[in-house]
Design a protein around this ligand. Structure first.
Ligand SMILES: [Zn+2]
Length: 473
């Protein structure tokens, strides 16, 4: 039993209890191992547990899954579900997984924030917006684990807050026990997105409904009268798309938070999240060969530099049908059905470019070089195959697109560079690597998810000057 279970979910598991629980479980159970993958800002251990049959060697034939919880400290059931899942595995509930899957569970990415039930870490960073900048030791530890294990599937577990004033104003609350979101960025392989949408989500939904829980494809955003109702952000700085853009299959889980943002209704929250996780892992286990093949093909394409076109700007578009959204009326507390006309479920590219052979990065910019190093991005001094080099003149900084106001980008003009570029001044970043789509999306100046979005890199965008990163073709 988990620590919270032992006290009937009156309070969530503390950090000290979590540590003791994980270590005890690993000691008693031969198919669970744990390791410390890093430390939080305040020095707490970040633990990862591996579930895999002990008598079998690690093998390339297994489907590898990485589940991580509680990037946001005030989303307690994400941690509790990870712990209950471990307890269930220890109790022998999933013997078939142990032979065919290598499952990694990080139950608590953000222990400092969990202890004080806050969203952000001790640097006041939102960890689920830190997957490009990698400024927090917590997300750095998670990425280091990702690169070591190279999971085919990642599952990022959260909670959403249903009791928002904007929804009360709209007339009803979303009270789904669990919402699950899939990859939506247009640069991600369509077979991975189709499988997630047509096979994985219905499998989770069916199991939850059978057990008396409710489910929805994850709807983000404000209440429908205040903005676009849509399935996803398209950014790549979060845990779902940040790992998904590296060719894998990736999900975000959003369980329902409590009225007090803490322990209210914790038992139901934990059980529904756990069941939703188990049903996804079950369907992935059944289709493990297929899932593995899809992901390996998609990664092979990146590693071999076969990326041709990259969508660097995109937007949400309307479907022809309105969304019929089941809500609980804020007036009568009864089930009601809202018709949402302003529903934008489709993501389409609005600006697509040819992928270059690579980029030239000024060696003198330590911020930029440091960022690429934190991402394990390959940088070379090999300039042999550069045919043409282009730069971008920054005509005007920060054009704001009305529909996506936080995704400003500069107006640029492409310029052919005729003077020789030297390996003394530049690193060459080739595109034949796992991060190739990530590199283009981050380094192209006009990308709506690129460096233009970050205060740390505003020095690259000076009106009337050249953008310091060059494009090699
Ligand atoms: Zn969250």
């Amino acid at each position: 039993m988990t620590p919270a279970q032992l006290r009937s979910y009156q309070l969530p598991t503390t950090y000290m209890e979590l540590k003791a629980f994980v270590k005890d479980l690993a000691e008693k159970c031969e198919w669970l191992n744990y390791e410390i993958i890093g430390h939080s800002v305040e020095g707490r251990e970040i633990l990862a547990v591996r579930a895999m049959a002990a008598d079998l060697p690690a093998s390339d034939n297994r489907l590898r899954i990485l589940l991580f919880s509680q990037q946001h400290g005030n989303e307690q059931s994400s941690k509790e579900a990870a712990l209950l899942l471990m307890a269930n595995i220890a109790n022998g509930k999933h013997p078939e997984w142990l032979r065919n899957i290598e499952l990694w569970i990080v139950p608590q990415v953000n222990p400092d924030a969990s202890e004080v039930n806050k969203r952000r870490n001790a640097q006041n960073l939102d960890l689920n917006r830190d997957h490009i900048m990698l400024e927090s030791p917590e997300v750095q530890a998670l990425h280091a684990l990702f690169h070591r294990v190279m999971p085919h599937v990642t599952i990022d577990v959260h909670e959403y807050q249903p009791y928002r004033p904007s929804w009360a104003e709209f007339g009803g609350f979303k009270f789904f026990d669990v919402q699950v979101g899939i990859l939506t960025n247009p640069n991600i392989a369509s077979n991975i997105k189709n499988y997630s949408y047509r096979v994985a989500l219905p499998a989770i939904e069916n199991r939850l409904l059978e057990a008396g829980f409710s489910f929805h494809n994850y709807l983000i955003g404000p209440a429908p009268h205040q903005g676009l109702t849509r399935f996803s952000t398209v950014d790549i700085d979060d845990g779902r798309q940040g790992f998904g853009i590296l060719g894998g299959m990736s999900f975000i889980y959003e369980g329902i938070n409590g009225r007090d943002n803490f322990a209210h209704n914790l038992e139901r929250r934990t059980i529904s999240q756990t069941l939703a996780l188990e049903s996804l892992i079950d369907v992935l286990h059944n289709d493990r060969r297929k899932v593995k093949r899809m992901v390996e093909n998609s990664r092979e394409r990146l590693i071999q530099g076969r990326l041709r076109r990259v969508a660097i700007r995109m937007d949400h578009f309307r479907d022809s049908n309105p969304l019929l959204l089941p809500l609980i009326s804020s007036r009568t507390q009864r089930d009601t059905l809202a018709v949402v006309e302003n529903f934008h479920p489709i993501v389409r590219p609005t600006h697509t470019i040819d992928a270059p052979a690579g980029y030239l990065i000024p060696k003198s910019d330590s911020m930029l070089v440091g960022l690429l190093q934190r991402h394990n991005i390959k940088m070379t001094n090999d300039f042999q195959n550069l045919n043409r080099v282009y730069g971008y003149m920054i005509i005007q900084n920060r054009i704001v697109v009305a529909e996506a106001a936080d995704n400003a980008f500069p107006l640029v003009q492409r310029v052919r560079i005729t003077k020789a570029v030297s390996p003394l001044e530049y690193f060459f970043v080739p595109l034949n690597q796992l991060k190739s789509a990530f590199i283009v999306l981050t380094l192209e100046p006009e990308s709506q998810v690129g460096l233009a979005q970050y205060r740390q890199f505003q020095h690259l965008f000076v009106e009337g000057k050249m953008f310091p990163i060059l494009r090699a073709e």
